[in-house]
Design a protein around this ligand. Structure first.
Ligand code: NDP
Length: 517
């Protein structure tokens, strides 16, 4: 039997005679340094981890395809939309935002919803969320917001005080807080939630016309959620409930599907629009004004063969656009164009896009050279290693030039708060909730806030009041209820006590936005 099996070798390909016993002087040791096989084995184990993502570290992924069901070629000449019935392979990675790689899946958090379309003309990535908006609209605030979701430097615990301090000082977060604390803030698995591109992007067509666009992926499995209490039981049973859900459903051949839809705004409409800034990431475009247009169906139908290679090493970046699809002036999007690709160069090395899971299914010809882990051969002619050249190297084609992005105004640090109504869309959402949804919203917020310093609670209650009088009143009542039963669950109480010990609350600094009000 033994000679029918594949031979075990060193990484250099030399067959191994014994993979069970270290080479020692006598049966009791010591080891010999020349047992290189052993050192290679240990050294590889030491290098099995790469830096985890600072955000969206915990993820679940699967492969599938997009099938186009409706003709949108008047808006875009992107090849993947060129005809009804066309199929494009894709990969989706879902994730939580705050938890580390070992964190429990069933936690209340925004979910990442990233799609890589392997199109005929390069990879197109949508690096979205299960929410149509985000907590902040200015990229300066992103690293600080993320810091509040991570661990306190002294206690090494998550800090509800930091979260609510930041949110209550950043009223633009109220719309996203309302979604996060609503039923949809804790789906039971990746297939039971919508995905959104969240930012405004643009399409352009053969006539050189640009249209602004929002991307929506509506779950066909229906929205299903856990209450906080249900989630605690799930986490007690399994920390990997999303992996079980997604892997299991695909393994059973029950392939999850989403309806892909877009909203479209012409350049002229965008310029004239005065209800809010259509490029503001804290706002949705109301469906009544900008109806959803069908595009196609997204289906997930294949589990990865190797989680690390195909999900952990999957690298999504909003900078990956293809002909017919482009950006918008959204400043959060503009910052992410830089920061996502930069994160991957740090995590995976300069050639991360040549890894099999990230490699486009279309030809790749560039003049980037060398660097750490340059593992692929040139496919340019050998003398064409710079550009322009006379040796038949790859060259540009103006058909791929997008139309000019029309922008105007003075270059300065514009106050992102000025002229923005942070409350109106949170109000529109609140008014959609039925009584049960409202009660659960109040309770989720009260449980998350109870125990943090009162001045922060009061500041945040002021924002709820501005959304709707019933919102503030409901949270106050729920806070009293949580206090009457002596707080929320033990872990959070500990976190909050630790917060209080670690933070100097006596001298709360005056707040810039309070001073302005
Ligand atoms: P519509 O009544 O036309 O649309 C309501 C939208 O809200 C639907 O997309 C629905 O998603 C979604 N929704 C329903 N319940 C919840 C919830 N608990 N959490 C998050 N989303 C929910 O209204 P408008 O377009 O005028 O928008 C009103 C509000 O709805 C917005 O202020 C925003 O908060 C929210 N919303 C709007 C979206 C948009 O793009 N216009 C997208 C998502 C939310 P579904 O169809 O899957 O049930």
């Amino acid at each position: 039997m033994a000679d029918e099996r594949t031979l075990l070798t060193t990484s250099a390909g030399a067959p191994i005679g014994d993979n069970q016993n270290a080479m020692t002087v006598g049966p009791r040791g010591p080891l010999l340094v020349q047992d290189y096989q052993l050192f290679e084995k240990l050294a590889h184990q030491n290098r099995e981890r790469i830096p985890e993502r600072v955000v969206h570290a915990k993820g679940w992924g699967a492969f599938g395809e997009l099938t186009v069901t409706n003709d949108i070629t008047k808006y875009t000449n992107a090849k993947l939309f060129s005809e009804v019935g066309k199929k494009t392979p894709l990969l989706i990675r879902f994730s939580t935002v705050a938890g580390e790689q070992g964190a429990a899946d069933a936690e209340r958090d925004v979910r990442g919803f990233s799609i890589k379309f392997y199109t005929e003309e390069g990879n197109w990535d949508i690096v979205g969320n299960n929410t149509p908006v985000f907590f902040v609209r200015d990229p300066y605030k992103f690293p600080d917001f993320i810091r509040t979701q991570k661990r306190h430097p002294k206690t090494n615990l998550r800090s509800p005080t930091a979260m609510w301090d930041f949110w209550s000082l950043s009223p633009e977060s109220i719309h996203q807080i309302t979604i996060l604390m609503s039923d949809r803030g804790l789906p039971i698995g990746p297939q039971y939630m919508n995905g959104y591109g969240s930012h405004t992007f643009s399409f352009w067509n053969d006539a050189g016309e640009r249209y602004y666009v929002k991307f929506h992926f509506k779950t066909r499995q229906g929205h299903k959620h856990y209450t906080n209490e249900e989630a605690q039981n799930v986490v007690g049973r399994s920390r990997e409930s999303y992996q079980e859900e997604l892997y299991g459903t695909i393994d059973r051949g029950e392939f999850p599907k989403w309806d892909f839809k877009v909203q479209i705004m012409t350049e002229a409409q965008a310029e004239a629009y005065d209800k809010f800034n259509p490029f503001d990431l804290t706002k949705v475009w109301p469906h009544a004004e900008f109806p959803l247009i069908d595009v196609g169906t997204v289906e997930l139908n294949r589990n990865p063969e190797n989680y690390f290679a195909e999900v952990e090493q999957a690298a999504f970046s909003p900078s990956n656009i293809v002909r017919g699809i482009s950006f918008s002036p959204d400043k959060m999007l503009q910052a992410r164009i830089f920061s996502y690709a930069d994160a991957h160069r740090h995590r995976l090395g300069a050639h991360y896009e040549a890894l099999p899971v990230n490699r486009p299914h279309s030809p790749v010809n560039h003049y980037h050279k060398d660097g750490l882990l340059r593992f692929f051969a040139d496919n340019n002619p050998k003398d064409a290693y710079y550009e322009p050249n006379s040796f038949n190297g790859p060259t540009q084609d103006p058909r791929y030039l997008e139309p000019p992005l029309k922008v105007s105004g003075e270059a300065k640090r514009w106050d992102h708060r000025e002229g923005n109504d942070d409350y109106m869309q949170a109000r529109a959402l609140f008014e959609l909730f039925d009584e049960g949804e409202k009660e659960r919203l109040f309770l989720n917020i009260a449980e998350a806030m109870y125990g943090i310093p009162q001045f922060i609670i009061d500041r945040q209650l002021g924002h709820f009041d501005k959304v709707h009088a019933d919102y503030g009143a409901g949270v106050r009542k729920a806070l009293a209820g949580v206090a009457a039963r002596g707080g929320d669950d033990a872990t959070q109480i500990t976190e909050k006590k630790m917060d209080q010990m670690a933070m100097d609350q006596t001298d709360a600094a005056p707040l810039p936005n309070e001073a302005a009000e």
